[in-house]
Design a protein around this ligand. Structure first.
Ligand SMILES: C[S@@+](CC[C@H](N)C(=O)[O-])C[C@H]1O[C@@H](n2cnc3c(N)ncnc32)[C@H](O)[C@@H]1O
Length: 268
């Protein structure tokens, strides 16, 4: 997946620590965002790697075939009991990320999550736990919604004033909600906030790849708003504004990787 480079790499100063950050947009709205994201994750997986699927549930958001084909050892965790129905995992734990990290320090080459960050209630301890389970140089991937876009903003605002469940019941049928719904928190859902949290947790760099997927948002919106939603997508792509696109995905690299020592010059 080759993102269009819209912003060059920036260093974000914060106190005495720094994280290298790049922000880009995936060139056009993908038809299946989860598959596109899974391909990106898979590019960083090698056979035999130990990979953690955070908040795995039943993988209902989409098949993760590109990752599954890499012959990695996949561990899934989720506080919800649906993790026991997930057939793509080699090992599973019904635990939160925070609890799981206590006993699994530095065990994983890569960790990823799909539509989990918007449900996390304790953002600092969650991100710290993600860093803790990774080896130095290990990678954390996530796919989530952006608070600074109309769909994310409406959900964030409804969550803050306590009407998100009521609003959801107005736009989705009860059966669908019961089959696949978790309360929203929206505490890790913008590029600036994620950058700060990842920096605090000891990540060295983060690459954001954003996209806008109007069909996803439209399934929650009145049909007469479709034109506006399509127009919004055109504007953010034409104006090169990944910060205002509805979906955020990222790859962050944990610090602490040792650089191989430079070999001494010949004859010494
Ligand atoms: C919308 S579901 C996504 C499930 C799955 N990744 C998928 O794509 O179908 C969000 C999941 O995040 C899990 N979750 C929320 N907070 C979590 C935490 N602190 N640690 C691990 N999982 C968490 C929920 O239990 C839920 O299964």
């Amino acid at each position: 997946m080759m993102p269009e480079r819209l912003h060059s790499v920036q260093v974000v100063p914060k106190g005495i620590t720094m994280i290298k950050r790049s922000v880009a947009a995936i060139p056009s709205p993908p038809r299946r965002g989860t598959v596109k994201y899974a391909r990106w994750v898979a590019e960083h997986c090698s056979a035999g790697d130990k990979v953690l699927n955070i908040g795995a549930g039943r993988n209902l958001s989409g098949a993760l075939d590109p990752i599954l084909h890499r012959d990695c050892f996949i561990v899934g965790i989720d506080p919800d009991d649906t993790v026991h129905e997930n057939e793509t995992l080699h090992e599973r734990y019904q635990q939160s990320m925070e609890d799981f990290a206590e006993d699994h320090e530095g065990e994983f080459d890569l960790a990823f999550s799909v539509y989990v960050l918007e449900h996390v209630s304790q953002p600092e301890s969650f991100v710290a736990a993600c860093a803790r389970v990774l080896q130095p140089g290990g990678k954390l991937f996530a796919l989530t919604m952006n608070k600074y876009q109309y769909f994310g903003f409406i959900t964030w605002a409804a969550t803050r004033v306590g009407v998100s469940e009521w609003l959801l019941a107005k736009v989705k049928d009860r059966q669908r909600i019961e089959a696949y719904h978790f309360p929203t928190e929206y505490r890790l859902n913008s590029i600036p906030r994620l950058t700060r949290m990842l920096d605090d947790a000891g990540f060295d760099s983060v690459e954001f790849r954003c996209f806008d997927a109007p069909r996803t948002y439209q399934s929650y919106l009145p049909s007469r708003s479709r034109g506006v939603s399509n127009l919004y997508t055109k504007v953010v792509y034409a104006s090169r504004l990944p910060w205002l696109m509805g979906h955020i995905s990222f790859c962050a690299v944990r610090g602490g990787a040792t650089t191989p020592a430079t070999p001494p010059p010949d004859g010494r």
